[in-house]
Design a protein around this ligand. Sequence first.
Ligand code: PLP
Length: 395
Amino acid sequence: MVEINSCFQHLKRTYIFSLIEEKIDTLCKNVSANQMINLSIGDIALPLIPIATQAMSQAVLEMGTASGLKGYGPSNGYLFLREAIANTYFTTLQITPDEIFISDGINTDITNILDLFSLSCSVGIPDPTYPAYLDATILSGRTKIITLPCLETHQFHPYPPADPCDLIYLCSPNNPTGVAMNRDLLTNWVNYALKHKAVIFFDHAYEAFISSVDVPHSIFEIPGAKECAIEFRSFSKSAGFTGLRCSYTILPKALKARCEDQELSLHTLWHRRQATKSNGVAYPIQKGALATLQPQGQSEIKAQINSYLAQAKALKQGLIQLGLDCYGGIDSPYIWVKTPKGKTSWEFFDELLIKCHLISIPGVGFGKYGEGFVRFSAFTTPDKIDLALKRINQL
Ligand code: PLP
């Protein structure tokens, strides 16, 4: 019999959502599902904007005509979308359309990017953060993993480690803590990466939620970042595309890595990797993404983001008034809530679930330094936030 990739046995975290579902199923034997308030969701709560649905419908109809036939698209995405992204977000930063690679999700690219690097590379991973980084690193067979704790005493930001680290995952605004790195903190990381010839994988899934003026909207605003960083952005949370799948990776041509005694362009390698392993993103989806970049699309998605942010603010204020210590929720839809009276993440999760019929996510599911916190999400509706606060108040 063939053997499996033994790295599966080294995966550290249990899949937290199955545990949560088990607990909800047990509770649902006595409580009806519609009495539950779900503040755990990291997924959109508002419908797609009409300009995007119209663009996608038209694209499908176009494909049904002889003149509009479309087969395989380019593995790095259609030029119309790469140009529109460059013109919408990157003119001042001088990122060109051929430095942009369209993909079906950050999740895909931020895990596949490891293909470009030697198995001997050390990998720095914040804790708590989005779990895919650690799982993908372990599955790739890498063993030199450096944990970058995001502690309350450091406002939950990861700091460069004392030891050199080759590859560094950074997520800002971070999921789950909801906090975003300001210009100084990012500059610190870029300088560290330049000094150690490291590469930063910058997950910018929540860029659209940034509202603080000192938080950069791209890592490439930091001098030197084009020589040491790859940025990953998505239409998932910014334009409600979680169910459609469209994202993009910005890989500057200036970024190099060593191959024996030569320096090779990572841009060329990623192009090669994508051409081999990807057949691109569906044409109608890319047309829908394009529509969100038009002025009308931009103002419609901004209105959606603003409503999520307003909900995050209301939820955070309400929780603070109830005496809970809360973080995030300013540049992010997530609020990071400290458990009261020294309870563990799971104890507070259970209490909220059983007594308030409220679903959160235990912070420890995002890493061991998430212990003592739970994550609330503002991807919901205002009525549910009001009800959740009333129920917590009765605790
Ligand atoms: N990165 C972070 C930090 C996320 O929170 C998520 C989804 O929740 C993703 C990436 C996945 O993004 P995508 O839908 O583009 O794959």
